[in-house]
Design a protein around this ligand. Structure first.
Ligand code: PBG
Length: 327
């Protein structure tokens, strides 16, 4: 006996019939202009040092920065995020506001190598302090306001060196208004700030600590956010918006898509997501073990970031995306 079927009037599958139809109704698109490539530059090395847990990612000598920027540009990358690995560390990270320090040198070299490349500096202290914390340590904790005063000096120097955008990652309270005030007072009213506005204290940063050769052993739980807190995550980004952040950010990415969507729904500012070292390392390890299709996984991940509300994506895959988007 034939069992009667009740089919609803609307059939979703009608628009899934052919590739042309599916592409016509696709809601989310990934393009090269979405991406920012992080670059690690280390003092005192003369050949690239591979980062063990991050295949295809290296710490490069300063002498190769120009070449790395030019290569990225020729592949279609239009924005880079510079991280310095300093050998001139002290308790406060003073190299970051020294005119001939690593941060200023990297910015000058990158801008000169490709003037049209958008050069962004990661503005923090952890790679320039002997203890590895993101600021001045006092009584076993990072002193917020003393750190802000140093950050003001750092960002003014970065602007003088020619940086196109400032990206403070230290999660200090009031950091955006401190930076905006300092930049404006020094005549840099036109330099935008991309705030690491909602940054969680995450185990996904593990391989980054390798990447920057960090001897850091503690936690950043007194300044980075508790991964359990969704409402606070929104409040952090809205606070930075109120202080004048031009672009907001959620970091890490895949475990925090709800946070991205929540901020997207409550702010009109551009929103970035940082696809961090641990996310990259996990895909690479699974691909090397032959258990996933790397390209498909990465394209799906980038699409999910945009669907959740990200306008821009910081990823170690930025250069590789050029190959994958063109095939
Ligand atoms: C430091 C900093 C970190 C990352 C970027 N800047 C790590 C941390 O907070 O310990 C992580 C980047 C990554 O994991 O890819 N302020």
């Amino acid at each position: 006996m034939q069992i009667p079927l009740t089919i609803p009037d609307f059939r979703f599958r009608r628009l899934r019939k052919t590739t042309a139809l599916r592409e016509l109704v696709r809601e989310t698109h990934v393009r090269m202009s979405d991406f920012i490539l992080p670059i690690f530059i280390e003092e005192g090395i003369d050949a690239p040092v591979p980062i063990k847990s991050m295949p295809d990612v290296y710490r490069y000598p300063e002498a190769q920065l120009a070449e790395i920027v030019q290569r990225a540009w020729s592949k279609g990358v239009r924005a880079v995020l510079l991280f310095g690995v300093s050998t001139h560390k002290d308790a406060i990270g003073s190299d970051t506001w020294t005119e001939d320090g690593l941060l200023a040198r990297m910015i000058r070299v990158a801008k000169q190598a490709q003037p049209e490349m958008l050069v962004i500096s990661d503005n923090c202290f952890c790679e320039y302090t002997t203890h590895g914390h993101c600021g001045v340590v006092h009584d076993h904790d990072v002193d917020n306001d003393k750190t802000l005063a140093n950050l003001q000096k750092q960002v003014v120097l970065a602007a003088q060196a020619g940086v196109d955008m400032i990206a403070p990652s230290g999660m200090m309270d009031g950091m955006i208004s401190a930076i905006r005030t300092a930049l404006d007072a020094a005549g840099f009213t036109h330099i935008p700030i991309m705030s690491y506005s909602t940054k969680f204290a995450s185990a996904f940063y593990g391989p980054f600590r390798d990447a920057v050769d960090s001897s850091f052993k503690g936690t950043r739980n007194t300044y980075q956010m508790d991964p359990a807190n969704g409402r606070e995550a929104l409040a952090e980004s809205l606070q930075d918006e109120a202080e004048g952040a031009d672009i907001l950010m959620v970091k890490p990415g895949i475990a925090y898509l709800d946070v991205l969507a929540h901020i997207r729904a409550n702010s009109a500012r551009p929103l970035a997501v940082y696809h961090v070292s641990g996310e990259y390392a996990m895909v690479k390890a699974a691909a090397a073990a032959g258990v996933i299709d790397e390209k498909a996984i990465v394209l799906e991940t980038m699409t999910a970031f945009k669907r959740a509300g990200a306008d821009l994506i910081i990823t170690y895959y930025a250069e590789k995306m050029a190959d994958w988007l063109n095939t």
